[in-house]
Design a binder for this molecule. Structure first.
Ligand code: MRU
Length: 347
C-alpha cells in the first residue's frame, strides 16, 4: 500500500503538515499549519479529521505554537495552558484530541522554569504520539485481519482509514493487512451524509491502494444486507465509554441496528487512546453539533429550503449490546468490557 500521510511534521519541523481533506477527492493539497488559528480552523473545518489524526495534529499544533510564539515569554506556562485549552476544545467528541494535548501538557509541566527545554520535551512527546499512533494502527490491523477472510465484503461507514490517523487507519487496518496477506477483500463504503467522508475519502484511499471499493448512499445498506452482500461491518470510533458504548460518525448506530437484524457481525476498531474510562456510558459523551449549512447547502448546492429547521449532530452512540467486538491495538475485546490495563490513562 502506498502510504498516505494525513498528518506529520513539515519538512523542517516548524509546522504541522496535513493533507487538506476538504479538497479530496478532486485535489490533493498539503498545507502547513503554523499558527493557533490555522490549527484550530483545520480541525474544526475537517481539513484534518478522524479521532487519532486530530489528536496528533493537536499535539503537534501545540508544540508549533509554543515554539513560534511563546518561547521567550515570561508567563510561558500560563500562555501555554491557554493555547492548550483552545486546541483541546476545538472538537468535543473524539477523546483523542484532549488526550494528546493533555499528554504534551504533562510533559511541559514536568520541565518548569526552562521554556526551551520544555518545548524540546513537548516536541519529543508529540513525535512519540505520532509514532505510537502508527504502531497502534498496525496492531489493530494484525488483530483484526483474522476476522477478514478470503473473499469477504466489508461494509464501513465514514472514514476510519489512513486519512483519519497517522498510520494505516483503524477500521480499514484489518482490510489492508488482510490484503497484504494475499486475501481478496472488497469494501462497501457508505457515503456518509452530510460531508461524504465515505465516498470522498474512504473510496479515494482504497482505490489508491488498489482495493475494490463500492460507494453506496447511506440508505442502501439495509437492502444490500438483506441480499446477503455484506459479510461484516467494521467502523471506527471517536470515544469508547467504559461500558463499551461507542460514539462514531452519525449513521453508525443505524448500520449497527441493521447488522444485528441481518445477523451480520458489527466490529468497532479503535486504538486504546480512544477508550475513555472516565466516561461511564455513551449517555455521558458530548456529541458535536455542526452548522446547518452542511445539511442544507452541502458543497455549495442548495438541497433544502432556508426556512427548514435542521439537525446536524456529527456523531451518534452505538450501544455496546450491538457491537460484536472491539478491535484494539491490545487485542479484541468482547462484552462484558473490561478495558482496565488496556486503556491509557486519561486526565
Ligand atoms: O467528523 P469526522 O470526519 O472527524 O469523523 C470521523 C469518524 O467518525 C471516524 O470514524 C472516527 O474518528 C474514527 S477515525 C480512525
Amino acid at each position: 500500500m502506498q502510504s498516505v500521510e494525513a498528518v506529520r511534521w513539515s519538512a523542517d519541523g516548524s509546522a504541522v503538515r496535513i493533507i487538506d481533506q476538504r479538497e479530496l477527492p478532486g485535489k490533493f493539497i498539503e498545507r502547513d499549519l503554523a499558527t493557533l488559528d490555522e490549527v484550530v480552523s483545520a480541525i474544526q473545518t475537517l481539513a484534518v479529521r478522524g479521532a487519532p489524526a486530530i489528536g496528533v495534529c493537536g499535539a503537534m499544533g501545540l508544540v508549533t505554537v509554543a515554539q513560534r510564539t511563546l518561547g521567550g515569554q515570561p508567563d510561558f506556562q500560563q500562555r501555554l495552558a491557554d493555547v492548550a485549552a483552545i486546541i483541546r476544545e476545538a472538537r468535543p467528541t473524539a477523546v483523542n484530541l484532549a488526550w494528546a494535548v493533555d499528554r504534551v501538557m504533562r510533559v511541559a509541566a514536568a520541565t518548569p522554569g526552562d521554556a526551551e527545554a520544555g518545548i524540546a520535551a513537548m516536541r519529543a512527546e508529540a513525535t512519540e504520539i505520532f509514532h505510537e499512533d502508527r504502531r497502534m494502527c498496525r496492531a489493530i490491523g494484525a488483530f483484526g485481519a483474522s476476522l477478514v477472510t478470503d473473499g469477504s465484503t466489508v461494509l464501513t461507514h465514514c472514514n476510519a482509514g489512513a486519512l483519519a490517523t497517522s498510520g494505516i487507519g483503524t477500521a480499514l487496518a484489518p482490510v489492508y493487512v488482510a490484503v497484504e496477506a494475499g486475501r481478496r477483500v472488497a469494501v462497501i463504503a457508505g457515503e456518509t451524509r452530510p460531508l461524504l467522508q465515505g465516498s470522498r475519502l474512504t473510496a479515494w484511499e482504497l482505490a489508491r491502494a488498489g482495493i475494490p471499493v463500492t460507494v453506496i448512499t447511506d440508505n442502501m445498506a439495509a437492502s444490500l444486507m438483506r441480499q446477503g452482500r455484506v459479510d461484516l461491518c467494521i467502523v471506527g470510533a471517536d470515544r469508547i465509554a467504559a461500558n463499551g458504548d461507542v460514539a462514531n460518525k452519525i449513521g453508525t448506530y443505524g448500520v449497527a441496528v441493521l447488522a444485528r437484524h441481518h445477523g451480520i457481525p458489527f466490529y468497532v476498531a479503535a486504538p486504546t487512546s480512544t477508550v475513555d474510562p472516565a466516561t461511564a456510558t455513551g449517555a455521558d459523551i458530548v456529541i458535536e453539533q455542526r452548522p446547518a449549512h452542511e445539511v442544507t447547502r452541502p458543497f455549495g448546492v442548495t438541497t433544502a429550503p432556508a426556512e427548514a429547521a435542521v439537525l446536524n449532530p456529527a456523531f451518534d452512540v452505538t450501544p455496546a449490546e450491538l457491537v460484536t467486538a472491539i478491535i484494539t491495538d491490545r487485542g479484541v475485546f468482547r462484552a462484558p468490557y473490561d478495558f482496565a490495563g488496556a486503556a491509557p490513562a486519561h486526565s
